[in-house]
Ligand binder design. Sequence first.
Ligand code: ADP
Length: 261
Amino acid sequence: LQTQLTQAQKMESVGRLAGGVAHDFNNMLGVILGHAELALQKARNKQNPCSNLEKIQTAARRSADLTKQLLAFARKQIIEPKRLDLNHTVEKMLSMLRRLIGEDIDLSWVPARKLWPVKMDPTQVDQILANLCVNARDAIAGVGKLTIETGMKTFDPGYCADHPGFIPGDFVMLAVSDNGCGMDQEILKNLFEPFFTTKEIGKGTGLGLATIYGIVKQNNGFINVYSEPGRGSTFKIYLPRQHSFAEKTASAVHSEMSIPP
Ligand code: ADP
């Protein structure tokens, strides 16, 4: 199963953003108010209100997480694109990612032996990886396997004509695969929509993939998703190859020279 998000779908989903935030916050506030009421009653009756206070704390923390993700999604982040070797960027993140996914999940790192550079903000790569790995962890929900892989791909226009969503050119690929629960057509259709989540209220914000989509578009890349219910999922992120200054100059000279006299 493969999915692509059209511009129209994207616009539609941005339109639902405000409603989604209000809904999620209302749920959290409901939890906080309910437990505050119970805690007060208990305190007045000289009972221990600790369990309610803990629930208030958890709900408030989740609200704070939601705000943070929402800000990251909505704000025009100041980005500082740099020339990057994605292998290095991933390697720097590995120990953090291992902690994030826990000991029950076996993480394999399969770097391409050679990789073209890309030009992007390294914190955006970190954001992509962290979000994809959290989703893989949640999809596995126990013991399983997660693989991070890099590669180089060239798509020619003929191939792209047959495969809508692919863009012709040289791309660096970053893939995250899991052997978790996988996704059906219905989930795949809504995957990148802000606030689309199948996770329990408070556990998922539905902003992870919408954020990734925004970052990848900003960097002129594209995403492909392969998934099968019960078997697992693979997210492939393609980022355009950054040509070195020397290569650009060489090709400019080359094209100048090929102009007929
Ligand atoms: P959230 O993780 O907060 O729910 P996301 O935008 O990151 O938000 O993901 C949206 C939904 O897509 C998830 O709730 C889940 O249903 C589905 N999903 C994302 N990644 C995976 C995955 N690797 N395996 C199965 N389902 C996934």
